[in-house]
Design a protein around this ligand. Structure first.
Ligand code: AHR
Length: 503
């Protein structure tokens, strides 16, 4: 193993933007075992009185999710929300077409609200723009948010929920550009339908915020034209444009996979340009931001169709070290793009394309679980605009890419900060000099590292602690400088405290 060197300078006066807490959101879909056997399992030894799995709740709380998007996903585009409310023994069992499964509807909107409360996250609800009408979308807002005195708010009260759920964030459809979507539309058709749905929804509750479906990923043939056209139709009625992307290493080209941040940043940059273009074209004063409300590594080829069974095993990816290092970069990109990216939801929170799995009454945390937990715990306040000088490494997909991927945060109110560092190299450690150039007095408080020599290493049920973030010894900061050694294939978090020299 050889060693490279890098330099990073941090300046409290050079900030990008306030980090939106909603960047640490999750996504729960009626797909496979995410809801049933994941979040909700009344027969589990861990179930609480509401049927929620307390072991899962505890793990999700540790990850500090701020918002949860629900109920889909592709599921959303065939969902009648009325199926999922009211007495559970009267709810219909239906064929679920997106994942060819059987849906019992034992978990629905009200159960979801209880779940969000239990983990302290804000609900982000989707309305069906596939088989659903704009009327049904407006009715769901009425059901959830009107205090009392209308048909749907009174129905909610009769269902046992007299207080309104006050749902603020609403996704107007899901991936409506995808031929796989039930009721897929052309961009202008979807833009017009979404605009009218959002208009009615806002007439019922003007305080809500809405998300327009952007392209399903940056490889869609209609990208980014879809985004432009849909935005032009619906601009004034929308607060966010959604982004979805699943990364993968199908070609087993690890150096390129470990440079995925390049693609993530390009995706954001293109859509930021599209937002600016549409705003200018419409001569609008209204702002629309980005909501990356589905992101995750997903490529290992688990089944996607449930053969008309309840809670089938679908897309239960096992994540390895290289996947975790891609997650670390993804979160770094969120901080570096925090001026335009305001919401992000990892897809999904348990069992389905998730770093958290259940098996009977057991629970397994995969390596990327710890990466998300560390960033969502310590990234607070402002994202810093860093100066990074690091050696380049060659990749087939993206050309030369710096060996380090770095982001940092600083909360000016408390002086607490954090630095998040990914060393992408498979072989080289990087001796990294950190310099604080704003004259403040800085101490390093805590440090953790997730590292290993095998990019394919996983946490298995038999050996669940192979890759867990470990505390590391901290270097001393002298004259505003410290040197850390970053091993190859590593993710490191350092927390800092700064105060003004005379403070
Ligand atoms: O998260 C799994 C699926 O991926 C979602 O249902 C869909 O929106 C996306 O294609």
């Amino acid at each position: 193993m050889s060693s490279l060197s890098a330099k990073i300078s941090l300046d409290a006066n050079r900030t990008i933007a306030e980090i939106s807490p909603l960047l640490f959101g999750g996504f729960a879909e009626h797909m496979g075992r995410c809801i049933y056997e994941g979040v909700y399992e009344p027969k589990s030894a861990h179930a609480d009185a509401a049927g929620l799995r307390t072991d899962v709740l505890e793990a999700l709380r540790a990850q500090r999710y701020t918002t949860i998007r629900y109920p889909g996903g592709n599921f959303l585009s065939g969902y009648n929300w009325l199926d999922g409310v009211g007495p559970q023994d009267q709810r219909p069992r239906r064929r679920e077409l997106a994942w060819q499964s059987l849906e019992t509807n034992q978990f629905g909107t009200n159960e979801f609200m209880g779940f969000c409360q239990a983990i302290g996250a804000a609900p982000m609800l989707g309305v069906n723009m596939g088989t659903g009408t704009i009327q049904a979308a407006a009715d769901l807002v009425d059901y959830c948010n009107t205090p009392a005195g209308t048909y749907y708010s009174d129905l909610r009260t009769r269902h046992g929920y007299s207080a309104p759920h006050k749902v603020k964030y609403w996704c107007v459809g899901n991936e409506m550009d995808g031929p796989w979507q039930m009721g897929a539309l052309k961009a202008h058709e979807y833009g017009a339908k979404a605009r009218e749905a959002a208009k009615l929804m806002r007439w019922i509750d003007p305080s809500i915020q809405t998300v327009l479906c952007g392209s399903s990923n940056d490889q869609m043939p209609t990208y980014p034209e879809w985004d432009r056209v849909a935005l032009e139709e619906a601009w004034e009625q929308m607060d966010y444009l959604s982004m979805h992307y699943y990364a993968g290493n199908r070609e087993n080209d690890t150096p390129s996979f470990l440079a995925s941040a390049v693609q993530f940043e390009r995706f954001v940059d293109t859509l930021e340009g599209t937002l600016r273009y549409v705003k200018a074209k419409r001569r609008s004063k209204h702002e629309v931001y980005l909501s990356w409300d589905e992101w995750q590594v997903w490529y290992k080829g688990d089944p996607l169709q449930g053969n008309w069974t309840e809670a089938p095993h679908l897309a239960e990816e096992m994540y390895n070290l290289e996947d975790a290092l891609v997650v670390g970069q993804w979160l770094n990109v969120f901080l570096r793009k925090s001026h335009v990216l305001k919401i992000a939801c990892v897809a999904q929170i348990v069992n389905v394309i998730s770093w958290l799995h259940t098996r009977g009454d057991e629970l397994l945390k995969q390596p990327s679980f710890y990466v998300f937990e560390l960033v969502s715990t310590y990234a607070r306040g402002q994202a810093l605009d860093l100066w990074v000088q690091a050696p380049l490494q060659q990749t087939q997909k993206y050309g030369d890419v710096p060996v380090l991927d770095v982001a940092a945060s600083l909360d000016p109110a408390s002086g607490d900060g954090a630095i998040f560092l990914v060393n992408r190299s498979l072989a080289d450690s990087v001796v990294t000099e950190l310099s604080w150039v704003d004259g403040s007095v800085v101490t390093l408080d805590k440090g953790w590292q997730l590292a290993g020599s095998d990019p394919k290493a996983i946490n298995s049920w038999e050996q669940p602690n192979t890759l867990v973030a470990q505390p590391i010894a901290l270097p001393r900061v002298a004259d505003g400088q410290a040197t850390v050694q970053l091993p190859p294939l590593s993710f490191t978090v350092l927390t800092t405290h700064s105060r003004q020299r005379n403070g």
